[in-house]
Write a protein that binds this ligand. Structure first.
Ligand SMILES: C[S@@+](CC[C@H](N)C(=O)[O-])C[C@H]1O[C@@H](n2cnc3c(N)ncnc32)[C@H](O)[C@@H]1O
Length: 501
């Protein structure tokens, strides 16, 4: 039987079994599920040993990596059968039954538009492997994966590219918004996982192409590019393992530079690329500015958000541990030293992590250069917020101060005003605006800005509000305008005030 037919049967079996994320959690309960998330398998394995039914069998086989009796596997996969599972390369017969070296699990992936639940095919993680991961490991859904899924702009486009697709979920999400999706990876094993993930979830039209960076799509252009590239900075030395799934084989942050610069030749005019990345703060040159410079030199609009910054030793420890080497292992200090030498050779003071949004300007002339450091918790669906802010940037770029003053604005629905009083004092000692969504920004308010924002109901122009405020506060209107308009611009750029028309 052909592979497509076998995958169809597997899909039918998973569906009939009710192999959903909540059903899998129910097999071992929320506490064991939490332990699993931390990388401890034992509580789930113990609970699953007592559970019966197809979901428990599938969870033991595909999530916990335990062998199951052949008759149990056959009963859980009645259409595919054990032979079909073996033919698909998703299982093998072992002395005690059937085992799988693949992870195939239902995953809930929320964003602002709702929740996708997909069966994701990947390699088992570190907890199941029980040590260092192989160089050609295919990554499952991790924190960075979820972040980029939530960042994808919820706007319809014609074509999208997922560069470095791994297990394929970015391509699946992109397919929600794009008519045609191309997914690339340097790893044939990753492409195989991604193809299976797509087929199992009934997203059949993704084009999968093997190759490095933009090379497999040279000469083609896309309205949207999404990429969670292998950005982990790794010393380029023979005695330091290179992991295909996380490190692109170049020195320092050169891979990120290549992805950023290369976007200019792979985007359609007006097209947008979104990526996650690490960047190096070298000497006095902030990484954030280096990324903005690469984009500007390539003729791209850019918005770079640095979410965190860590020192070289912390960064090295994280990625040495991620590779499966623990503190106390003989290799730990040797690897740490290799990382520190590598950073020292480029005078790297710290390493930033964040989000990059690039756009090939339709006019041919880049005009957006926005870089900011925004830590703190964010929700699942930042993509919609980014889209609002990008629209706001375009709206602002077309308006000088006179045009902005003539505009009518409304306060965004997620913005609230906070007032803090000394006990017993009727006048607030501090006021601020708080954004409920997006990056949860806060903006300090004085009486003038508070009054202006409070009057933005879409009826009066900013100029009319400024005039009324000037008389109320007995201030010079021109001075008030000069003081407040830049703040109004910032509030619009951050989606806290919205154009009324
Ligand atoms: C961090 S994983 C991201 C996987 C997936 N897109 C996600 O969001 O979880 C990076 C992927 O890039 C692939 N990769 C590594 N080097 C590459 C290169 N030079 N060109 C294209 N893909 C590459 C890896 O095989 C891996 O699948």
């Amino acid at each position: 039987m052909g592979e497509t037919a076998l995958i169809g049967r597997l899909r039918a079996d998973l569906s009939a079994a009710g192999y959903t994320a909540s059903a899998v959690t129910a097999v071992w309960g929320p506490t064991a599920d939490e332990a699993l998330r931390r990388g401890t398998l034992l509580p789930a394995s113990r609970a699953a040993a007592d559970a019966s039914g197809p979901v428990a069998v599938l969870a033991r086989l595909f999530v916990l990596g335990l062998a199951v009796p052949e008759e149990d596997a056959a009963a859980a996969l009645p259409a595919l059968g054990v032979d079909g599972l073996v033919d698909l390369g998703l299982g093998r017969r072992v002395p005690h039954g059937v085992a799988s070296e693949t992870e195939l699990r239902p995953v809930l992936l929320p964003d602002a538009d709702g929740v996708d639940e997909w069966w994701v095919v990947a390699d088992p993680g570190e907890a199941r492997v029980g040590g260092a991961l192989p160089d050609d490991h295919v990554l499952g859904v991790g924190g960075a994966t979820r972040t980029l899924l939530g960042l994808q702009l919820p706007r319809r486009v014609g074509t999208a590219l997922d560069l470095g697709t791994g297990c394929g979920v970015q391509a699946l999400r992109a397919a929600r918004y794009a008519d045609r999706v191309v997914a690339t990876d340097i790893s044939e094993r990753a492409l195989r996982s991604a193809r299976l993930t797509a087929a199992l979830n009934g997203v059949p039209d993704i084009e999968f192409v093997r190759g490095s960076l933009y090379e497999p799509v040279v000469g083609r252009r896309f309205d949207r590019i999404v990429t969670n590239p292998p950005f982990v900075i790794t010393p380029r030395r023979a005695d330091v393992p290179a992991y295909e799934y996380r490190d692109g084989g170049l020195e320092g942050d050169a891979l990120v530079e290549a992805v950023v610069r290369g976007a200019a030749d792979a985007l359609t005019p007006g097209g947008i690329a979104q990526l996650l990345a690490n960047w190096e703060d070298r000497g006095e040159a902030a990484g954030l500015d280096r990324v903005l410079d690469w984009a500007a030199e390539a003729g791209l609009d850019a918005w770079v958000i640095e979410r965190e910054s860590v020192d070289p030793a912390s960064y090295a420890e994280t990625w040495v541990r991620d590779g499966g080497t623990r503190r106390g292992d003989t290799d730990f200090d040797r690897l740490l030293e290799a990382w520190l030498d590598d950073f020292a050779s480029r005078d790297v003071r710290s390493i930033g992590f964040g989000y990059v949004l690039l756009r090939l300007p339709a006019s041919g002339v880049p005009r957006l250069r926005r870089g900011e450091r925004l830590g703190g918790p964010v929700g699942d669906g930042l993509g919609a917020h980014l889209a609002t802010c990008l629209d706001a940037e375009d709206w602002l770029a077309e308006r000088d101060d006179a045009a902005l003053a003539a505009a009518r604005l409304v306060v965004a629905g997620d913005v609230t005003e906070e007032r803090h009083h000394w006990p017993g004092d009727e006048h607030p000692t501090a006021m601020q605006l708080r954004q409920g969504g997006g990056f949860g920004r806060t903006v300090p308010l004085d009486a003038a800005l508070g009054g202006l924002v409070g009057a933005c109901d879409g009826e009066l122009s900013v100029r009319a509000i400024l005039g009324a405020l000037a008389s109320l506060l007995e201030e010079d209107e021109a001075a008030l305008t000069i003081a407040l308009l830049p703040q109004v611009r910032d509030l619009v750029a951050n989606g806290m005030l919205l154009p009324a028309d």
